[in-house]
Design a binder for this molecule. Sequence first.
Ligand code: FEO
Length: 404
Amino acid sequence: MGPQEIKPGIYWVGVVDWNLRNFHGYSQTYQGTTYNAYLVLDEKITLFDTVAWKYREEFMCQIAQVVEPEKIDQIVVHHVEPDHAGSLPYVVERTRPQAIYASRMGDKFIRGRFTSQDWPLEVVENGQQISLGKRSAQFAETRMLHWPDSMVSFIPEEKLLISQDAFGQNIASSERFDDWISWPELKKEMAHYFANIILPYSARVPKALKAIQSLGWDIQMIAPDHGLILQNHVADAVAAYQEFAAQKPEKKAVVFYDTMWQSTEKIAEALASGLTAQGISVKLYHLKNWHHSDVMAQVWNAAAVVAGSPTHNNNVMPLVADMLTYMQGLRPKNKLGLAFGSYGWSGESPGIISRWLEQIGAEQPLNPFGVQHVPGHDTYRELVRTAEALARHIEDKVRQAGTG
Ligand code: FEO
């Protein structure tokens, strides 16, 4: 994809990574991604972000189609993660800019990650403005969204927010804007991204949005560092971020499990069926068939997490431990939990899962459900009663949260 003018004199000069499936080593992307960077032609030619190292030469070609790279005067580094700053040493070497702007933490990270002694680094503070010539760029720190160095830029003359990872989505496409995709599909990708990258810092999202509001920015276009540029769905995206961050529980349960000889699977299916019969929306995941990031993409607004494993060597199955470890790090809020599992003789797994759910902060109004050998008719009846009880707790939780 060649460069694209997104505003008069402002160009997308990123690259499209069509075939990426493993995003950042822990999240799955089914539609690849893009590494977006933006070039503003003004009295000071300014580059906002770079791309992953492996695309450095393609990136330079992108820039060269707009302006000779050596003419770049200044670079803004919003975030030092390698997918955006990986090419920075290459770009600095080629362009020798007069200034490289970053947040205070960004400055530290640049100095820590790169051999940058002779780079013209300049720290910018929250609310600070720099001149590009006819235009200006104002900065807001978005600390921990999702790294300590994160910041965003606003170009008021164009009402353009360059939002770094915020509002990003993993969508590789020949289109640059959000006018070819339905809002539900775009929101789904945005939610997947949020749930796997930004969720632990949810509490900071409304504060960051409020801080941006207090700077009086009139945002009409959001250009993130991944995926599509938002011009039709700016207000929708801001509302969606408020919604994702609030993690209000809905009448929804996420059931995940692994299984050896299908007893735990039968329990999972019986619980899912019992919850469905009570009007609860259920997402069921056999972890051998699903990536942990896909499960998390459904957890953020679920009222209940129902997790199961057979007892294997006095422990849980590895994929269940993986899922619970991953979930624990992402710190979802407002969850009910229920642990279950089958066993042959020792039966530790439901208790182990229950302790994990406790560490995640999930309330567990019902006892862990262990089944020895194979579930029979009596067990199925008990599972139906358990599902009915859990459904009542879900209803209560949703009512209390005001989402029912
Ligand atoms: Fe897209 Fe946090 O890097």
